[in-house]
Design a protein around this ligand. Sequence first.
Ligand SMILES: [Fe+2]
Length: 378
Amino acid sequence: MADTITPLELFHAINAGHVSEILDVRNIDEFEASRVEAHRPVTTRNVPVYRVFEDLGTEAGRTCDDAVVICGQGNGSQLVAEEFEDLGRRARSLEGGTDAWNRLLVPVEVTGLPGPVRVWQFLRPAKACLSYVVGVPGQHCIVVDPTRQPQPYLDLAAEHEMSVTHVVDTHVHADHVSGGPQLAADLGVEYHLPPEDAGGLVPFPNRPLKDGDVLDLGEAQVRVLSMHLPGHTPGTIALLVSDSVLLVGDTVFVRGLGRPDLTGQADELARDLFRSVHERLRPLPAQTLIAPAHWSTAEEVNADGLVVTTLADVFTATLLNERAMERFVEEIVTSLPAAPDSYDTIRRVNSGQLTPPEDEIEILDVGRNQCAASTSLA
Ligand SMILES: [Fe+2]
């Protein structure tokens, strides 16, 4: 029986440089749609499983010892790893395959906050998406931008004896299917989504947060302040925690800006983005920690495994330093990459306008995000 490796073990093993090679035995289109990547480059080969079995000896000879074999659900990769083992080659199979990898969430605490509020960032490596739990141990917490895999948030809340009181989506996401409405319904708590992103109405219970609203986490003076930051979408809200960490959605990233074109109003929203950046973000203290909803490259991950930066560092980005609005708008609009075809469908799902069957949702929710307009720095 060949060894297996869990998605979390694989994530840490790649980052530690302990994976010599990934052999992905899915079909080429599946491989191209969602590669298994973490924060450190690793040699990856795609050889569909039928090709591996056509010439097992050659493929085993080509594969490094300590390679990890990957397929969709973990069955084909297990067979390949066992055959390789019979041929004297040690390979491990990814448990649950890319289906399980797609669900992986890795919590990392954002440390150094003043006061009793704690913030945990959840990395979803399959999509390079970030979600958050913000709470006071022994009291309340909120979940921000949750994926459709709520158990890790609930486990963390239970570990710190926190009850979830609010679920927030900073905006209507276009790159991944939100777990927000379902999680709020399951827990019987309030859900918050900007209705401007959904044409003004959503068909599920929703209490929109307005600029300046506070979400109380259980102790006096412990508050989460919401802030309207139009640009990536018309209704994006950010959450300022303890005056020190800004959960900023897709407005800005560690490197770059959120693309303003996903709702079909690129020019107008690029102007809003300019105003949000210069009128709302710039006046905040330079050391405010910026905690975004995505990352694009491993360079955005710091030594603690967190995707955060300071506001001062964000303003080193070329476009953020561009003070003239017209040039800013022209540069950002003309540099936009094409949006994936699925994005409009995902937006309609997340705003409740479309309810596809579960298997179609699974397919929609595959592949890394493409939410950044720019990653270039000065
Ligand atoms: Fe987004």
